[in-house]
Every structure is written in C-alpha cells, then in structure tokens.
Design a protein around this ligand. Sequence first.
Ligand code: OX2
Length: 742
Amino acid sequence: RGGETRVGVERMFGLMDRFLKSDPSSLQKDILDHVEYTVARSRFSFDDFEAYQALAHSVRDRLIERWHDTQLHFKKKDPKRIYFLSMEFLMGRSLSNSAINLGIRDQYADALKELGFEFEVLAEQEGDAALGNGGLARLSACQMDSLATMDYPAWGYGLRYQYGLFRQVILDGYQHEQPDYWLNFGNPWEIERVHVTYPVKFYGTVEDENFNGGKRKVWLPGETVEAVAYDNPIPGHGTRNTITLRLWAAKPSDQIDMESYNTGDYINAVVNRQRAETISSVLFPDDRSYQGKELRLKQQYFFVSASLQDIIRRFKDSHSNFDDFPEKVALQLNDTHPSLAIAEVMRVLVDEEHLGWNRAWDIVCKIFSFTTHTVLPEGLEKVPVDLLESLLPRHLQIIYDINFDYIEELKKRIGLDYDRLSRMSIVEDGAIKSIRMANLAIVCSHTVNGVSRVHSELLKTRVFKDFYELWPHKFDYKTNGVTQRRWIVVSNPSLSALISKWLGTEAWIRDVDLLAGLQEQAANADLHEEWRMVRKVNKMRLAEYIEAMSGVKVSVSAMFDVQIKRIHEYKRQLLNILGIVHRYDCIKNMEKSDRTKVVPRVCIIGGKAAPGYEIARKIIKLCNAVAEKINNDPDVGDLLKLVFIPDYNVSVAELVIPGADLSQHISTAGHEASGTGSMKFLMNGCLLLATEDGSTVEIIEEIGKDNMFLFGAKMHEVPALREKGPTLKVPLQFARVVRYVM
Ligand code: OX2
C-alpha cells in the first residue's frame, strides 16, 4: 500500500502545474474556467459582477499557492512568530491590491481586454471589507501589508463580523445607518477552514479540586460556542511571502444540550443554539466610548480564546514543553481590546498545562507588548467586575491574583502612597468596581507603545505618568505609517507610473524612503507638468463621483479642499464648517471686482458619526444645511461649493485622496494620538492644513513648516484657552450660521 501511495503522490505532482501560469491565454482560460465551474455561469454569457467573481477566484488561486509555500517554509524554519491581535481590520477591497502585490495586474488587464472587460471596471464591483471603525483599524490593515512585504512570519487575528461598519445614508441632511451585510454576495478572499475550530467557553463557576495533595481551581463553564477560522491570505509585494489574517466566526457548539432536545422542544432548542452566532455578528460602531456591554466583552474573549488555542496548538506541534515559548511567540495587543489575552494565557498555562504560577507569570511578562492609540484618560477601557465575574469567573480571579502580587511589589517600590497605589491598581474601587484594562496591559507587557512621538510624551508625562516613573524602560513609540502600495500604487496608478518613470525604478514600492530621490527633480518643469496632468485626471474622476453622489456639479479648476475622517468634536469638522460659512460671508460682502481675486474652492467633507454620538450627528446635518444654502446661491457660483460625501470608507478615500489639492487635519492640539490620513494625502502630493498635533509634529520636521499651512493653538496653549472659555468671536460666527442656514 505504501508503494501505491508514493505512485499516487508522484502522479498528483505530475498533474499539477507547480505554479499557475500568468501569460494572457492561461489567465483567460483560468478566468473562463472560474466563470463556468465556480460562478456556474455559461462562459458565453456573464455580466461584470460575475466576471469580477471569476477574476477574483483566479487571483485567489495564485494567492493560495504562495500562501501554502509560506506556511511550509515557516513550519520548517520555526522562527519566532508575531501575532497581531486586533478587534478591527479595515481592509477595503482586495482585488487590485492582491493582483498588484502578486505582480500580475497588467497581465490580467491585458487578458481581460481581449475578453471584452476592463480590469478597473471589474474592480469597482467589489464591496469593502469594513471590519473596523477608523484610524486604528486601517492601521492594522496597512501593518498586515507591510509585515507580508517585509517577509515577517506574522499572523493577524480578529473577528469575522457578519455586519461590518454601518452604511451611512443621508436623508434630509441627517445621517441614517443601514446594516452592512457585506457577505451577501460571497467573499472570494477568505477560505473557510471547517476543521480549524475551537470551543470557547463562558459563564459557569469555579470550584476547588484536590490535586497532587493540594488544591487547584477548576472552571466549570456554563456555555460553549465554537469558533471557526476564516483565513484571508495577505500577499507581500515583490516576495512570495503571503501571511494569514485569521478571522473567527461564532457557530453553535456540537455539544448538544440533550435535555432541551429530550423535552421535545426541538424548534426552541435549535433557535437557542443558533443564538451563539450573534457573538461575531456585528462590529460596535463607537470607536472610543466603552459602555461595559456584555456582548462586547464576549466578542473580546471569543477571539482572544480562539486565537490563543490556535497559537498554543501551533507551538506545541514542534515543542514538548513551554521553555521556548517566549523565543517563539510575540503577542501584540492592538489597544486594550484584546487584553483579556493576558489572563487567558495565565489560565491556560496554570489550569490546563499545570505550570506553576510563577513560571507562567514569567512567560507572560516576556511575550506581550501593547500599543495604545489613546490620548485621553477617559478613553481607556474599563470592564465592570460584576460583568466579568458572571461571564469569565476564573479570569476575574486570575486578574485579582495578578493585581495582588503586583500591588505587593509596588508597595516595596513606592511605599504606602495610597493615592498612587489606588491610581495604579488594575482594580478600580468606586461606585462601579471595575478592571482597568490599560493598567492590566501595562503591568503585564514588556513594551508599551505609543503611535507618534508627542503621543509617547503624553503617555509618559500624563496618561501613564505613574507607570513611566516605575518602568521607564517599557515605554517606546513607533510613529504610525501607511503603505504606499495601497495609497499610491492601487489608488493612484497614474502617479505611480510617473514616480517610477522619474525615479527610473519601481523599488520605491517596497522601500518608501526611495521617494526622496524625486527631490533631485524638484525644479523640473516637465515633471511638474506631468504631475499636474495626473492631478487633473484624478480631479475629473472625483468631480464625476461628487455629481453622481450629491448632484452637485463642481469645477475641476477650483481648489479641492478636503476633510475626510470620523466625525468627532476634537477633529473639529465644526470649525471647518464655520470657516466655510465665514468664507461665504466674505464673498457675499465683497465688491464684485474683488471676486476675481478669490480662488474658487470646492470644500469636501466626509465621515461617519457613531450612531449614539448626538453632537457628531448634528455636525453632519449642519454641513448638509450649509451646503444646501451655498450650492444653491447663483451669486456665489463656482467661487464656493460644499459637498458632504456620504458613506466614507476605504474605497471612497482611494478616490478622494488622489484628487485633493488641500487637506485638513485640524484636531485640537494634544488630542490626535497620531493621525494617518495626512500621510496618505502627502504621498499623493496634496498640501496640508494642519495643527501641530500627533504625527504632524514629525511631518513638519520632515517637510518643513514652509511646505504646509500650520494652523491653530499649540499644545501648551490649549489649557489656558480652555480656562478662558469662548471668546466673543464664536457666538458671532454662530449667529451668522443661523442667519444663512435657517
Ligand atoms: C486612532 C487614533 O485616534 C489616531 O490618532 C491614530 O492615528 C490611529 O488610531 C492609529 O493609531 N481608536 N482609533 C484610534 O484610537 C482609538 C482608540
């Protein structure tokens, strides 16, 4: 039989083409095969969407080849792996990005042309994967692309929400939310791994059990839910390295509750089982207010528990004990959202693997690092003890035990300074006793990471000052970045071609520092002219989109002045709108002859408001009301327009950013931890109007104050201004808004 198997394997390899071919006729055959056998349409009759599906599957086949090779490679090498745990990933579309990173986008475009299709048109058929809210989630997506490109053995772990971030519809100027059931038309970019499943347990009690002559704790959970893996291969650019973003979906457990079946209530028993799926059904749309909801906590533990079972299983495949665990496993916590992982690792090592507490603790202290994205202490996540006790009773005990040891140690270091001890405790005593997730993450991580230099300074001097004084070595920062592959190559192909032409190489697509080579040509008039043409075409594309979405006709010779990001008071879209009202007011009061001196401007604002954030919703309404007034005033005409772009998401950003002349990043100084939008605009040659906040401080150092419009109060001036309260100017401007809008 052994001989037969060998022959079988040889025959199989003989039948397989080692790598799928990428010449036009192989690609065409491949696409048509997918039309017929995957999409199940006739190869003589299929529409754009079906062509997109077939194309996506053809690209996916090539991804899978590299993905298998990557896994095999790392299985043999057994390097230290990076595990990036994040509740949110804003991946956007995958087709263009994958085809470009695989290096076969143009071959596909040629192959499709002969079949009568355009690559770009088919790419437009894809919906966004919007499994996240804003900057934090898009950063996760950019990081996955870079980890793959830089050949890291990295994994991303998260949740496969059935409903991504809500769709924003504007009716009568107001935001309305509609569910984003993004999986409606299938998702060719994921691979369902029906055999990669783990039980995740909740509720129940903790009992004492006799063990080795002593006692030990045993958790008797009350509910089990199954986590099923969905793998999303992430290809690097210019490498075969293709890493995995593994997202978990909740399914009812196979463990059947015999009692309810036996009582004859079959229908209700099935309906109850099905309820398990709600855990991964919907993304919470608030990006920084934490309300202590049970479902949110369940989501956090669900993905943390499944991910750790997977990680530990992979480690145990090639290791017989935990000695090498810290040399092989790095766990990166993306904000506090996955920080239950700390208690979970302790629980698994102590309760299931029977390591002593101290040994387990030693391991935990070496494997976790924590990135925080927050500036304000009130933005930090807290979990009510009552909630944790009912959902995860054993984890609460473990957190208490960690806290006990830590506070004892702390007393030795700082003495009996009770104020400070209580500030630094993981457990907050108050009206609602709760667990401070950031304190847990700091105590147990070897590194606490900020997302820009000023952010790191704020962490050290304000938000986590007590901790910094205790453990200065833990504090570090990595200023955020964005990937040029998505934000130039995918979203602005003409600029990409221009850059490669003028640099004489495409190497900048892997190494962004090479863009500095363009400086040598900074004064070249031909380069300016070509760049201007690229911008013009992108503006035309954007103007068409604006007209289609809002009915407003805009002139491409006007300056496009853009502010796109989540709507927040601190991001100050309100200030932008007031500025626009003021500009309108000035134009109205101007002598006709002076109007020729005004640079015509199209102001573009886009972004979603958290559904429960009333002021943010009102800002959207105000924007639309001001737009209505200005855009319908023939007296002002093309001198000023205002458009609110609905349903801002990654794909909309890819369209808007290349067409922008000026972009606004005007957060109150000291509030934006980093900000990443500015970097995407800069890459596309757009000017910045920005406050000295977050990563802008470092951007100024790179590009120089003279190459941007620096705006507003500095961080050290803000407290005094707040103290002083509003000046007279503000109510006056409000009065003008009211006059024109109402
Ligand atoms: C965002 C921050 O607000 C933003 O400044 C930063 O650039 C981004 O994260 C990536 O680091 N939720 N989103 C953020 O913070 C939180 C919390």
